[in-house]
Design a protein around this ligand. Structure first.
Ligand code: PLP
Length: 462
C-alpha cells in the first residue's frame, strides 16, 4: 500500500466555516456552522445545509432530535417546577424515573443516584464503591483496575480509570493513577487461538493483575461492556464477560459497568451487559439516558450496598443538580418513547443492516481493517495492513481528515485514535435509534463516497 502526504493547500476548518469573534472556547480552535434546528436524524445549519447526525452527536441523541412527546413532557414539568432542591423536596419526576429504571435492571440493582453527566456517574461509582468498602469493614480495598485503552470521563477520578494518553497525561501528577489491564483487542492479535480462548486469555489478565496488586487491596474492576470512543465499539468474545464476573466474585472485587455510552438501548438491549447476562454491582449511565434533551446521568447501585453505606452514616458525595425535575422528566419521557416506538427492536434490526453495509465497504476498501460493534454502537478501523493490523501512518491524521470529508458531504461521524490515543484511526457510526433502512443506506452511500475520496487523496488501494 502506498501513502502520499496530505495536500498542504487544503483550507483550514476555520477558513471553511468563518465565524465572528467569539468568547467561547472548547478543546481547539475548530469552528463549525451554527445550528439552526434539528429533527429526527437531521441537524440543519444556519448555512442552509442539512446534516445527517450519523453519530447522534457524541452517541447521545439516541431517540432523534425534537421528539414532540419528550418536549411536551418537559414543557409540562417546566410549567410546574424546574428545580426543587433534593434536601428540601421530593419530586415525582425523579421518583418515577428511578422506579422505571429499577424495573428494567437485574434483581437488587434498584437504587438510583442521579447526576448530570457521564463523568459524574463514573466518579460516583468510584466514590460509592470506596465508601461501601469502608462501611463494610474492607478498608484495605481502594484500587480500581480498568483497561487500556478505555474512556471513563474527564474529571480526575474518572480520568484515573481512563486509558487514553492525550486526554490524561498532562494531569497525571494531580491524581493517583489506577492499574490497567489490556482491553480485549482480539482483532489485533497474531496468534492461533480461537475467539473463545482469546476471551478467556484477556479475562485471565484481570486475575493476574488482582494477584499482583494484592487481592485485599483491589476494590473494583471497571469496564465498558461495549467500548466507546477510545476503542471504537470494541466487543470482547462471549467467553470474556462471564469469566470476568467469576474472577471478580472469586476475590470479592466489585464489577463496575460503565454503560455511559452503551446503556439505555444503544446496543439493542436496555444495558449492553444483558447481552452476556452479566449482573454488575454498580452501573454508570448518561448520554442516551436523556438523549440530549437535558444533562442527565445516574449511578445504578445494588440495594444491599446502598443500605450498608446509608447505615454507616450516608454517602458523602453529591452534586447540586442531582435529581433535577426537568432533567428527570426528559429521561422518563425518553424511556417511554424507547418503549412506545420499540426503538430497541429497531436498533437490533438497523444495527444488522448497518453492520452488513460496513462489512461490504470493508470488502471493497483494503484499508478498512476491522468492523465491529453491537446494535447501533458500531465502528470501523482503518489500517495500513490487514494481516498485521498495523495502523495507517500517524501523520495521515486519518481520524481527523476522514471526518472532515464526511462532514463536507453532510454526514456527521465521530472518530478517535484507536491505540491509546497514539495512532490508529477508528470511526463510530452510531445514528439515532429511530434510523430507517433508507437512512442507513444514505449513510453508507456517503461513507462509500468519502472512502473513495480519502483513498484517492492518500494513494490507498480501494
Ligand atoms: C464510556 C464513557 N464513560 C464516561 C464518559 C464521560 O461522559 P461525559 O462526557 O458525559 O462526562 C463517556 C463520554 O464519552 C463515555 O463514553
Amino acid at each position: 500500500m502506498q501513502h502520499l502526504h496530505l495536500a498542504a493547500s487544503r483550507p483550514s476548518v476555520t477558513e471553511r466555516h468563518p465565524v465572528k469573534k467569539s468568547n467561547l472556547f472548547y478543546q481547539s480552535r475548530q469552528r463549525r456552522p451554527e445550528v439552526d434546528r434539528a429533527e429526527g436524524i437531521y441537524i440543519y445549519g444556519k448555512n442552509g445545509t442539512r446534516y445527517i447526525d450519523g453519530s447522534s452527536g457524541a452517541m447521545v441523541s439516541n431517540i432523534g432530535h425534537s421528539n414532540q412527546n419528550v418536549l411536551k413532557a418537559m414543557k409540562a414539568q417546566m410549567d410546574s417546577a424546574t428545580f426543587a432542591y433534593r434536601l428540601h423536596f421530593e419530586n415525582s419526576a425523579a421518583e418515577d424515573l428511578a422506579s422505571t429504571i429499577a424495573d428494567r435492571m437485574p434483581d437488587g440493582l434498584n437504587k438510583i443516584f442521579f447526576v448530570s453527566g457521564g463523568s459524574e456517574a463514573v466518579e460516583s461509582c468510584v466514590k460509592f464503591a470506596r465508601q461501601w468498602a469502608v462501611a463494610a469493614g474492607q478498608s484495605s480495598r481502594w484500587k480500581i483496575i480498568s483497561r487500556f485503552p478505555s474512556y471513563h470521563g474527564s474529571t480526575l477520578g474518572a480520568l484515573a480509570l481512563t486509558g487514553y494518553g492525550p486526554l490524561k497525561d498532562a494531569f497525571m501528577p494531580l491524581f493517583k493513577d489506577m492499574p490497567k489491564i489490556p482491553a480485549p483487542t482480539c482483532y489485533q492479535d497474531q496468534d492461533n487461538l480461537s475467539d473463545h480462548e482469546r476471551g478467556l486469555k484477556y479475562a485471565e489478565m484481570l486475575r493476574d493483575e488482582i494477584m499482583s496488586q494484592g487481592p485485599d487491596t483491589v476494590l473494583a474492576f471497571a469496564m465498558e461492556p461495549v467500548g466507546g470512543a477510545s476503542t471504537g465499539a470494541l466487543v470482547a468474545p462471549d467467553s470474556y464477560y462471564k469469566r470476568v464476573r467469576e474472577i471478580c466474585d472469586e476475590f470479592g472485587v466489585l464489577l463496575i459497568m460503565d454503560e455511559v455510552m452503551s446503556g439505555v438501548g444503544r446496543t439493542g438491549t436496555f444495558m449492553a451487559s444483558e447481552h452476556w447476562d452479566i449482573r454488575p454491582d454498580l452501573v454508570a449511565v448518561s448520554k442516551g439516558f436523556a438523549a440530549g434533551y437535558a444533562p442527565l446521568g445516574a449511578m445504578i447501585a445494588d440495594e444491599k450496598m446502598v443500605e450498608t453505606v446509608l447505615d454507616a452514616g450516608g454517602f458523602a458525595h453529591g452534586h447540586t443538580y442531582a435529581g433535577n425535575p426537568l432533567a428527570c422528566s426528559a429521561g422518563l419521557a425518553v424511556l417511554n418513547e424507547i418503549d412506545r416506538l420499540d426503538l430497541m427492536g429497531n436498533t437490533r434490526a438497523m444495527g444488522d443492516v448497518l453492520m452488513s453495509g460496513l462489512r461490504d465497504l470493508m470488502s471493497r476498501y483494503e484499508f478498512i481493517g476491522d468492523v465491529r460493534g453491537k446494535g447501533l454502537l458500531t465502528a470501523f478501523e482503518m489500517v495500513s495492513d490487514r494481516d498485521t493490523m498495523k495502523p495507517l501512518p500517524k501523520d495521515l491524521n486519518a481520524y481527523d481528515r476522514f471526518v472532515e470529508i464526511c462532514y463536507e458531504r453532510n454526514l456527521i461521524t465521530y472518530s478517535r485514535r484507536t491505540r491509546g490515543g497514539i495512532d490508529g484511526d477508528h470511526f463510530l457510526i452510531c445514528p439515532p435509534m429511530i434510523v430507517t433502512e433508507t437512512q442507513v443506506s444514505d449513510i453508507l452511500n456517503i461513507l462509500d463516497d468519502s472512502l473513495a475520496v480519502f483513498a484517492r487523496e492518500n494513494g490507498l488501494e480501494a
